[in-house]
Design a protein around this ligand. Structure first.
Ligand SMILES: CC(C)(COP(=O)(O)OP(=O)(O)OC[C@H]1O[C@@H](n2cnc3c(N)ncnc32)[C@H](O)[C@@H]1OP(=O)(O)O)[C@@H](O)C(=O)NCCC(=O)NCCS
Length: 180
């Protein structure tokens, strides 16, 4: 398990799946904001890639996020779109509603940076998030990500086009805190 100060990132367990489906993916508004594709229901027991991990897929590394204190499941974190030639990847995360606003998101980003830069030897990490997602923007900026641009009207979200912000962090600018 990868550890931050408050959270751990571990493999996806079978027991995680119904919780994540109910609290993250069956929430249409949350899914519409967090994913770049249209919401559709996930059939219980299906091997949908949003929940069930394909260990053979090299470019996509999903984690379940747990509280270090007690091990309660609190969400998901992913290093995705891993490009081993240009040595960059994207990061993404989503927390259960009860876990938001407690500093966990900031810590998850820190652990994903540790995984990307130290474990995987990447050079650049990137985040795309909606321009009104203050919590995601702050979680990224607390870890040194800088805003590199605005993708105007790039996301169709529940009936309207919304801007996305592109944030990037280079390995040389990263100041690791506590993740291991
Ligand atoms: C985005 C998300 C991962 C952030 O994690 P979090 O644990 O809620 O964020 P933190 O508690 O670490 O807070 C980070 C910063 O955002 C601020 N913040 C938290 N919730 C906020 C809110 N609802 N509105 C405005 N600011 C907020 C915090 O005050 C903190 O800033 P500060 O340290 O300067 O005070 C989480 O809220 C989430 O899962 N949201 C739904 C899914 C999602 O949007 N995923 C990202 C898709 S790109």
């Amino acid at each position: 398990m990868l550890k931050g100060t408050k959270v751990g990132l571990r493999a996806r367990h079978e027991d995680d799946i119904p919780i994540l489906r109910t609290e993250l993916y069956d929430d249409v508004a949350n899914s519409a904001r967090a994913e770049g594709r249209p919401w559709r229901p996930i059939t219980p027991g299906s091997k949908d890639s949003r929940l069930v991990v394909d260990d053979e897929e090299e470019g996509h590394v999903p984690f379940s996020v747990v509280e270090l204190d007690g091990g309660t499941l609190i969400g998901t974190a992913t290093l995705w779109g891993i490009d081993n030639h240009n040595r960059f990847a994207h990061i993404g995360l989503g927390l259960r509603p009860s876990a938001r606003g407690k500093g966990y998101g900031t810590d998850v980003v820190a652990v994903l940076c540790h995984y990307g830069f130290i474990v995987r030897g990447l050079h650049r990490l990137q985040i795309e998030t909606l321009s009104d997602n203050a919590a995601m923007l702050r979680s990224a900026e607390h870890n040194g990500f800088v805003r590199e641009g605005v993708l105007r009207s790039s996301a169709w979200v529940m009936g309207e086009f919304v801007d996305e912000v592109l944030l990037g962090l280079l390995a040389r600018d990263w100041k690791p805190e506590t993740a291991t």
